[in-house]
Write a protein that binds this ligand. Structure first.
Ligand SMILES: NC(=O)c1ccc[n+]([C@@H]2O[C@H](COP(=O)([O-])OP(=O)(O)OC[C@H]3O[C@@H](n4cnc5c(N)ncnc54)[C@H](OP(=O)(O)O)[C@@H]3O)[C@@H](O)[C@H]2O)c1
Length: 958
């Protein structure tokens, strides 16, 4: 029965539409037959027609059911149906011809992505339309073009029907399933694509029979060229492509005579003349017919192109890489010529007495002229002169006294000329260098940080390098300076490394350039900064080399009783049981025969380990002690591999730490490393792995000892004397064991995510087979990094994927800071505004939901690392209000909030005083100068320049 529906008058209204609201449910009209792939018409004019479709995995089976690699990718035949559908609207004809249809970029849907697709038809003079299919993720600006061609009405009779039986006679039927074919391996399709029913292959020709599953026959009416059927028809040619994974590239001519029915045959003939002989390009002619032989479509010159490795890669989720390495990146910014600052503040050059870089010293003297003072480091006593002062590098008192003399003038700069070392370090030379360089630098920083009257000096290290390597002690110094970048906001830190052929004027210029980079390398007249790049791991399984241990080998793990050392020892035992494992740590253990009786977890693990390897040896040995190491290793007789994992967690700000504590962190890394290298020279092991830390690349305040020690290790990547098989691994934190875990580090949001034990050993094995000598292990967490990226941009250039992610992925973080809800106990009255902000910052940094009003930051989980995060967090709301040291002085929420409030009040007071002075200034400036007994010529000249007095008036005062 028919029902008549009431009709309403319609009002047309034009409006702008938000793309996100536009999904399939909001289609502006119901599908009409064969219009499944077009949503709306955006522009309809005689010349230009634009159709829009919003597509996603959830709205379109075409997206959902076609996966290449692990991405949803639109099949080429969907473009064909899409353009046919749009062209039908302008051509008003079902029969049409598509020419020169070129596939340019695959339309890839990232996880959960919705794309806006446009089909654009532009009328050319000869009744042909140019057609373009382009798309972009909804909400983004840039379009990607996927296909371009021409379309016109097909004004010719249908060709004669084909005799299918006759066609098949010259070919042999083949089984359909071919799991090993490259297409099967890469492409995964859904049920609508399971249409292949038969395959016949002859000489340079093939026939496929395709039939849509009866469950989907109803869908046929929504399409003219059902994409999966057309796909089966044209890609039957894959049977003739050899063992190559090819992608559709080009349709020379496609003549569409009729709608694709439930069942079709497709006959493909390879056009050998047009195909390339190397298999790169395969060209075919194809006829598609129904089961009665009636022609549906004819394709001439259909080309498929072999997909290259980089093309294949785009179909895989780009995994955030686990491993990186370092490289020097050329910096192309052109800076203006250098000009010394025009002020009276002192410039202090620090150098050892035997530093022979006279030419550089002369250049510096010439540049800063009257402002220059020299602090010369020497162990014996020397008489000071007006400009030269002598001090032992470790004499903190004398260095303090020296700097106090600059209380009045303030210090503009400290230039630390780093001593060159030309030979391999011995332990003795290393001790000298630690004392002359590191201890002196430590003392100077201590004084500058402590004595605020010295102003806000810039401290630059200048390092000369003769070969590709940077002296390890110089690198240790730069590591120390790097960690101080965020420790004392008053001090500006810098480090210039230059190669011997660099013109010294370039080195001097560098001191004046206004850039933020902490570390600059000047080489062959060019400037470089440190960059990080991903270490690529190929998808091809064949390229995977394996890390293996040698049967019967002897492997030393220093720090073997530590968190990572022991996990690695257990991994080695799993990998190869026929080995001798030697663990070295300082502590004494019970004799081995007593281990079984012990209930302690360490002994249990050691017993287990002992049962798995040929021999387990424990050496109680300080790795920084040359003699002790030699004695232990001599008794072993041979060494096959060394993992140097001994280390002591550092921490603490320079102003709160004394030098002896500093040395405890330096020694196992610096002296230990030298001892391990000496062993390697003697015993020639297959590998020597030195454990360093990610903190040498992404430094944190309060870690200068640890970063400096690890930077020394980083320098070992390039060896001065030999081709030792050294590898340096810069670990991010481990979350289940080790020093970061022991210190509760894993609860802090870090820019490089922490590793589980399983991840750690797996990545260790991968890093070991990589070519790279230095491997940074740990995934970058862009979300966290974004919050501190500005700081880190001073020390490293991140790889493009990180920069892109920070730019695009989490663009909102900065503007919409997360609000952390926290309950504050111990205060009845409501919190003040500042207290609320401070408590939220605590909650975020410490990951707590409840805090007592009087709790001390360091007592409820805070440490020097989290203190820097807290300082940053608070400085977002109260710029410049907190110095890092203030976090330790004002340690409860109340104290911190009171301190910030007092600072704000003081600032306001100063501002209003300044304003008052400014107002009074105009009238009184000259009189104030006259009254001021100390009024000097500079002040007078400044007043002249500012127009506050004229020349006549100035003359009176002179
Ligand atoms: N865990 C992490 O998150 C992480 C992150 C980055 C880098 N790393 C690096 O990885 C290595 C291992 O760290 P870990 O977490 O396993 O540290 P750990 O648990 O603290 O173990 C360090 C081990 O080194 C030993 N040791 C320290 N000084 C020594 C010396 N002078 N001579 C001999 N042994 C000494 C300690 O034992 P004794 O006290 O008995 O001597 C301890 O067994 C370290 O170099 C560390 O810097 C670790």
């Amino acid at each position: 029965t028919k029902t008549s529906l009431p009709s309403y008058p319609m009002k047309l209204q034009r409006c702008w539409e938000m793309p996100e609201n536009h999904n399939k449910q909001d289609r502006q009209y119901e599908y009409t037959e064969n219009e499944q792939l077009i949503d709306t018409c955006l522009i309809s004019s005689p010349q230009l027609n634009v159709y829009k479709t919003i597509m996603s995995e959830s709205t379109h089976t075409e997206v959902r059911e076609h996966i290449i690699g692990d991405k949803n990718v639109l099949a080429g035949t969907v473009y064909v149906e899409m353009l046919r559908c749009a062209a039908k609207k302008v051509l008003k004809n079902d029969k049409m011809q598509v020419d020169n249809l070129l596939f340019m970029n695959a339309m890839i849907f990232e996880k959960g992505q919705t794309r806006e697709v446009q089909t654009i038809l532009y009328l050319r003079t000869d009744d042909k339309y140019d057609v373009t299919i382009q798309s972009r993720p909804v909400g983004e600006e840039t379009w990607e073009i996927h296909a371009q061609g021409q379309v016109s009405v097909l004004a010719e009779e249908n060709p004669e029907s084909v005799d299918i039986e006759k066609m098949l006679r010259s070919m042999a039927q083949r089984p359909l399933e071919n799991e090993t074919s490259p297409v099967e391996q890469l492409v995964t399709t859904g049920p609508r694509w399971q249409v292949n029913r038969g395959l016949w292959v002859g000489n340079e020709e093939a026939v496929t029979m395709a039939e849509i599953d009866s469950k989907f026959t109803d869908e046929l009416k929504k399409y003219y060229l059902y994409p999966s059927m057309l796909d089966a028809a044209v890609n039957c040619s894959s049977a003739l492509n050899g063992n190559n994974f090819c992608l559709p590239y080009y349709y020379g001519t496609l003549k569409i005579y009729d709608k694709i029915p439930k069942k079709i045959y497709s006959h493909t003939i390879r056009n050998a003349a047009a195909s390339s002989s190397d298999g790169e390009l395969n060209v075919f002619d194809i006829s598609i017919v129904d089961e009665f032989g009636r022609v549906i479509a004819i394709v001439k010159n259909y080309a498929m192109k072999k997909a290259g490795a980089s093309q294949k890669k785009q179909f895989y989720q780009k995994e955030v890489p686990w491993m990186h390495t370092l490289n020097w990146v050329k910096e192309t910014t052109d800076f203006k010529a250098a000009r010394p600052e025009n002020d009276e503040k002192a410039v202090i050059v620090v150098r050892t007495i035997d530093n022979c870089n006279e030419r550089l010293l002369e250049e510096i003297r010439d540049t800063f002229r009257g402002n220059i003072y020299e602090l010369i480091l020497c162990e014996w006593e020397m008489r000071d002169t007006a400009r030269k002062y002598y001090s032992a590098p470790g004499d903190l008192n004398r260095i303090c006294t020296y700097f106090e003399a600059f209380d009045e003038t303030e210090i503009a700069r400290v230039i630390f000329m780093v001593q060159e070392h030309r030979s391999v370090y011995t332990i003795e030379k290393l001790d000298d260098a630690v004392e002359n360089m590191l201890h002196a630098y430590y003392n100077i920083i201590y004084v500058l940080a402590f004595n605020k009257k010295l102003g806000n000096p810039r401290v630059d290290l200048i390092i000369k390098t003769t070969g590709p390597e940077i002296d390890p002690m110089a690198l240790a110094l730069q590591g120390m300076g790097k960690s101080l970048l965020n420790e004392y906001s008053r001090l500006k830190m810098g480090c210039i490394v230059y190669t011997s052929e660099t013109e010294l004027k370039h080195v001097i210029n560098e001191l004046f350039y206004s850039h933020n980079d902490y570390l600059i390398l000047l080489k062959n007249g060019e400037r470089f900064v440190m960059g990080m790049k991903e270490v690529s791991i190929e998808h091809e399984p064949s390229s995977e080399k394996k890390f293996e241990l040698t049967k019967g080998g002897t492997y030393i793990i220093t720090g073997g009783l530590g968190g990572i050392g022991l996990v690695l020892a257990e991994y080695f035992a799993e990998l190869e049981s026929n080995i001798r494992l030697v663990l070295m740590s300082r502590r004494e253990l019970l004799p081995q025969e007593e281990w079984e009786k012990e209930t302690d977890v360490l002994y249990k693990r050691l017993c287990e380990l002992n049962s798995k390897v040929s021999e387990l040896i424990y050496c109680s040995c300080d790795v920084s002690d040359e003699k002790s190491v030699e004695k232990h290793v001599e008794s072993l007789g041979c060494v096959t591999g060394i993992v140097h994992a001994a280390g002591v967690a550092g921490g603490g700000f320079i102003i709160k730490k004394d030098w002896d504590d500093y040395l405890k962190v330096l020694k196992p890394k610096m002296h230990g490393t030298l001892n391990m290298l000496n062993l390697s020279r003697k015993y020639k092991p297959e590998f020597i792995v030195l454990f360093s830390s990610y903190s040498t690349i992404l430094p944190v305040a309060g870690q200068s000892d640890y970063i400096s020690a690890n930077s020394f290790i980083d320098a070992m990547v390039v060896q001065k004397d030999s081709e030792l098989p050294v590898k340096v691994i810069n670990w991010s934190g481990w979350k289940e064991c080790g020093m970061a875990y022991d210190n509760g580090g894993e609860m802090i949001r870090t820019p490089v995510t922490f590793l589980s034990n399983a991840e750690g050993v797996e990545l260790f094995a991968k890093a070991m087979v990589l070519e790279e000598r230095q491997v940074l292990i740990g995934k970058i967490n862009c979300e966290v990094l974004e919050e501190v990226a500005d700081d880190y941009s001073k020390v490293i250039r991140f790889p493009d994927y990180v920069t892109e992610k920070i730019k695009n992925g989490h663009g909102n973080v900065k503007n919409q800071r997360e609000i952390y809800h926290v309950t504050i106990t111990g205060k009845d009255a409501p919190l003040t505004e500042t207290e609320t902000k401070v408590s939220q910052a605590w909650a975020k940094v410490l990951g707590l939901k409840e805090i007592h009003y009087q709790d001390k930051f360091l007592e409820i989980g805070g440490d020097s690392l989290s203190a820097t995060y807290l300082q940053k967090e608070l400085n977002n709301s109260y710029p410049q209000a907190m110095d890092i040291t203030d976090v330790f002085v004002y340690s409860s929420i109340k104290e911190m909030a009171d301190f910030i409030d007092s600072k704000i009040q003081q600032e306001r007071k100063e501002e209003s005083m300044e304003q008052r002075h400014l107002n009074e200034d105009k009238g009184k400036s000259t009189t104030s100068f006259a009254k001021n007994a100390k009024g000097d010529l500079n002040e007078l000249l400044q007043m002249l320049a500012d127009g506050k007095i004229d020349v006549k008036e100035a003359g009176k005062y002179i």
